[in-house]
Design a protein around this ligand. Structure first.
Ligand SMILES: Nc1nc2c(ncn2[C@@H]2O[C@H](COP(=O)(O)OP(=O)(O)OP(=O)(O)O)[C@@H](O)[C@H]2O)c(=O)[nH]1
Ligand SMILES: [Mg+2]
Length: 424
């Protein structure tokens, strides 16, 4: 089964909590803080495996979870780190955030890896917090949550050139005679249901990867036929080979066919018409072909057309030469910027740490990913930890922002599931 689109829920492992403990040994009367660090949570990582050609494995998973780090141990011993979950994906896999559509990874090279969800950093044990004023801190840090999100994984085939055209124009026949690929060929529409790839050897020694795609019909860019889901496989192609049934074997007008397909490519969001196109006038053995070709040339005097009878490989050498030439001078098309620089354990982004929202008379709420995460991480069990947290808030400018928003002494401030009283 060829699967090229999968939506997944993923959750990286949480970091283990730091430990609060003190050294108690016979000959060490005033043992200092001794609590170890929590281990980092495992990340979810995708790795390119060139033996894979579909996303079938992921299709059956749906939920992916990496293991959490262990809590810190006594004697400053760190908890074990959570194991990373590494999944093999085919080359050409791209990963997007399902909510924001931001590109997270574009995996094209053999062995290439990308962190799709970073594990949470382990919390530090209490010994890290010892100072001369407080040699025995009774608090430690909690582990951070691992990243959790929904992602869209898509396969965009890594082909240099792609065959497009209406159904039954001879695209699969073309691929079958110029490569070792053996796609199904038949005289009914949508014979090809999934893309096929083949390596084409040009007679002068050059070679390229060619994709045979399911036929397009009018409205393909809007999702008609099989078009839409497969148009996206053309996105990485640098050259488009547009095959036309010049014999009009299907009762359509080849001249019109050309316009319709071009319009579909133009409408599709990925600027497919910016790629160079090679036009193949196929089925030149059919009776009406010469006449249709004449009309075609009159309608499109500037389009270079290669006449062919793919069935018997006639005329294809010239097409392959032309494609190989174009490939030499056509740069790759990028699919988009990977905006987030994704390292493991980072969740500090270029975003405001918090936001103040007025929720009612004398009531405010602090919101924001960072402040909420840090709040969850702060273990507010001891007075000292609460003090530290209050200082942190002041440092971020929370007090000032609240005051600016109109908060007065005695007002209620909510953050996640708890509330504070604003004290001037
Ligand atoms: N007469 C003639 N028939 C051809 C030629 N090339 C292909 N055909 C026939 O056209 C029919 C369709 O060929 P395919 O290669 O399956 O067409 P396709 O474009 O891949 O079609 P879809 O997969 O449905 O999009 C088959 O019966 C082929 O034998 C040709 O040059 N001349
Ligand atoms: Mg086909």
């Amino acid at each position: 089964m060829f699967i090229d689109r999968v939506k997944l829920k993923i959750k990286a492992g949480n970091g283990g909590n730091g430990l609060v403990s003190f050294r108690r040994e016979k000959y060490v009367p005033l043992g200092g803080p001794y609590g170890g660090d929590g281990g980092n949570g495992g990340s979810i990582i995708f790795e390119v495996d060139t033996h894979k050609s579909t996303l079938l494995d992921l299709h059956y998973k749906k939920h992916l979870k990496a293991s959490s780090g262990e809590n810190g141990k006594n004697k400053k011993m760190s908890g074990a780190r959570g194991e990373d979950l590494v999944l093999a994906v085919p080359p050409g896999t791209i990963v997007k955030d399902a909510e924001t559509q931001a590109l997270i990874a574009d995996l094209t090279l053999p062995g290439q890896r990308a962190v799709i969800a970073g594990g949470g950093k382990g919390g530090r044990g209490n010994w890290h917090f010892a100072t001369s004023r407080n040699p025995a801190p009774d608090f430690a840090e909690k582990g951070a949550f691992g990243e959790e999100k929904e992602v869209m994984v898509e396969l965009k085939l890594l082909a240099d050139a792609g065959l497009v055209g209406f159904p039954s124009v001879g695209k699969s026949t073309f691929l079958s005679v110029v490569s070792k690929a053996r796609p199904e060929i038949a005289d009914y529409h949508f014979t090809t249901l999934v893309p096929n790839l083949g390596v084409v050897g040009v007679s002068d020694g050059r070679s390229f990867v060619l994709a045979d795609l399911p036929g397009l019909i009018e409205g393909a860019h809007q999702g008609k036929g099989l078009g839409h889901q497969f148009l996206r496989h053309i996105e990485r192609c640098r050259v488009i080979i547009h095959v036309i049934d010049m014999g009009g074997a299907d009762g359509r007008d080849p001249v019109e066919d050309f316009t319709v397909i071009n319009e579909e490519l133009r409408q599709y969001q990925y600027r497919l018409m910016e790629r160079p196109m090679v036009v193949v006038a196929n089925k030149m053995d059919l009776e009406d072909a010469p006449e249709n070709l004449e009309r075609f040339k009159k309608t499109y005097p500037d389009v270079e057309v290669f006449e062919a009878i793919t069935l018997i490989t006639e005329g294809l050498d010239r097409v392959l030469y032309r494609v190989a030439d174009l490939l030499e001078v056509t740069p790759e098309f990028t699919l988009g910027e990977i905006t987030e620089d994704r390292k493991v354990y980072t969740f500090v982004k270029e975003e405001p740490i918090f936001e103040v929202r007025k929720v009612g008379d004398g009531q405010f709420r602090l919101v924001g990913d960072i402040i909420e995460k840090r709040y969850q991480q702060a273990d507010l069990q001891s007075d000292e930890a609460v003090m530290r947290w209050a200082m942190q808030l002041r440092k971020w400018g929370v007090d000032e922002a609240l005051r600016e928003a109109g908060a007065k002494d005695g007002d209620i401030i909510a953050l996640c599931d708890s509330t504070f009283v604003f004290v001037e």
